[in-house]
Ligand binder design. Structure first.
Ligand SMILES: NC(=O)c1ccc[n+]([C@@H]2O[C@H](COP(=O)([O-])OP(=O)(O)OC[C@H]3O[C@@H](n4cnc5c(N)ncnc54)[C@H](O)[C@@H]3O)[C@@H](O)[C@H]2O)c1
Length: 373
């Protein structure tokens, strides 16, 4: 069987999730990694079949046997590393979200990506969680009628510790509503199939990180938020984020309502954080509730235990890699484009800004910018 050789830029928690999932794909093989942290590099290399550790990105991309790159370095490095990859290679690339962290980077990356001759895919794994994928399919089938309202609720554990604590500060992450919530803004765009026009948000740092200090500095990342988004189609969506709610049965709850019915998806958090004293981990499910007084239909959407063990994202990283590989082979299209990734970031940046100054942001430039005053 022909093998497709991958090289990894950044092999911390998420990079290792990519490695474990690529190991489940028969024709994928990781041949090189660039990971500056010795401890992370050792763990990552042990997950490969003899991959080479390089001392720099330059050395990595000069390897002759590489067919694709995966970028899973800290958020603030994505834009500059993508620029380098676009300028110095013609390789397919999967870049973790958020594709950029600053508004000024949006146009630069957009232009460079447009000219890149190979597939560029942004890691929006949540689209591929089986229960969420099923919900999207049902909404697209039209069983709700034209969706009018969408609520996404994430109730979860606080941000985990990261290498060099980069995720404790907005300047490295883009802010919580960019870093974490770009997934949800991406899902909003996908589920309503329309363009956002206004974003308003209220958010705070009310429980977590209060007593943490890094070189004397207190984290400035939000731990709870409400964000309301209006779309040019008249549809509206709301995000509710709480990062001090790890006791919740389900981590993500998504509810879409149209004139004919309501559809909900429920996804539990990572298996490794499930408390066995509370019984077995909940199975993801979708509930469809028609308005015509027939019974709501409740469907369990289980995920293969091998996929659950390979990561924290309900099997989605595996399904995303299958599709990315199809795009590399020319057998499928890029489903999460750089434009998709950037538009979700613009919504996140607008939400961060709205919460900061208490005003509504207006999305401009076809989704690639915003104004607020
Ligand atoms: N899609 C998802 O659901 C999801 C989930 C978690 C993380 N992520 C994303 O994955 C990325 C990595 O997050 P993480 O949780 O693995 O963080 P992490 O801190 O565990 O890993 C980041 C790794 O990058 C390494 N690194 C530091 N400087 C580097 C450089 N110049 N070049 C390459 N690597 C460098 C660090 O040593 C570390 O090992 C982030 O962008 C994050 O937003 C995505």
């Amino acid at each position: 069987m022909e093998k497709f050789n991958y090289a990894m830029i950044g092999c911390g928690m998420m990079g290792q999730e990519h490695l474990r999932n690529l190991n489940l794909i028969d024709d994928a093989n990781v041949v090189a990694v660039f990971e500056p942290d010795d401890n992370m590099a050792q763990i990552a290399l042990a997950l490969t079949n003899g991959a080479k550790r390089t001392a720099s990105i330059e050395e990595l991309i000069k390897q002759e046997n590489i067919d694709a790159l995966v970028i899973s370095s800290p958020n603030f490095l994505h834009a500059e590393q993508l620029e380098q990859v676009f300028q110095e290679t013609k390789l397919p690339v999967l870049v973790e979200k958020p594709v950029v962290t600053q508004l000024e980077q949006v146009e630069i990356i957009r232009r460079l990506a447009e000219r890149h001759p190979a597939p560029v895919w942004v890691g929006m794994e949540y689209r591929y969680m089986p229960a969420i994928a099923f919900l999207i399919e049902k909404v697209n089938d039209g069983i709700l009628g034209h969706p009018k309202m969408l609520t996404i609720r994430e109730h979860r554990y606080p941000f985990l510790e990261k290498v060099a604590d980069w995720n404790r500060f907005n300047r490295y992450t883009g802010g919580t509503l960019v870093e974490k919530c770009c997934h949800y803004f991406d899902l909003m765009r996908l589920l309503v199939n329309a363009n956002p026009v206004r974003v308003m948000s209220s958010a705070g740092i009310d429980v977590n990180h209060q007593n943490e200090r890094y070189k004397g500095e207190q984290p400035d990342i939000l731990d709870n938020a409400y964000v309301i988004v209006e779309f040019d189609s008249g549809q509206r969506a709301m995000l509710e984020l709480c990062m001090f709610a790890e006791g919740s049965r389900f981590q993500e709850e998504i509810c879409v309502i149209g004139p004919e019915a309501k559809a909900e998806a429920f996804v539990p958090g990572p298996n490794r954080f499930h408390n066995p004293d509370l019984g077995t981990a909940p199975i993801p499910k979708v509930i469809i509730s028609p308005r015509d007084k027939t019974q709501p239909q409740e469907l369990e959407i289980p995920v293969d235990s091998k996929l659950l063990a390979a990561g924290d994202h309900n099997g989605s990283t595996f399904f995303q890699h299958q599709r990315f590989l199809n795009a590399i082979k020319g057998k499928g299209k890029v489903e999460v484009t750089v434009d998709d990734g950037l538009k979700a970031i613009v919504m996140g940046l607008a939400a961060q800004h709205s919460a900061q100054i208490g005003k509504t942001a207006v999305i401009t430039n076809n989704g690639f910018s915003y104004t607020i005053s």
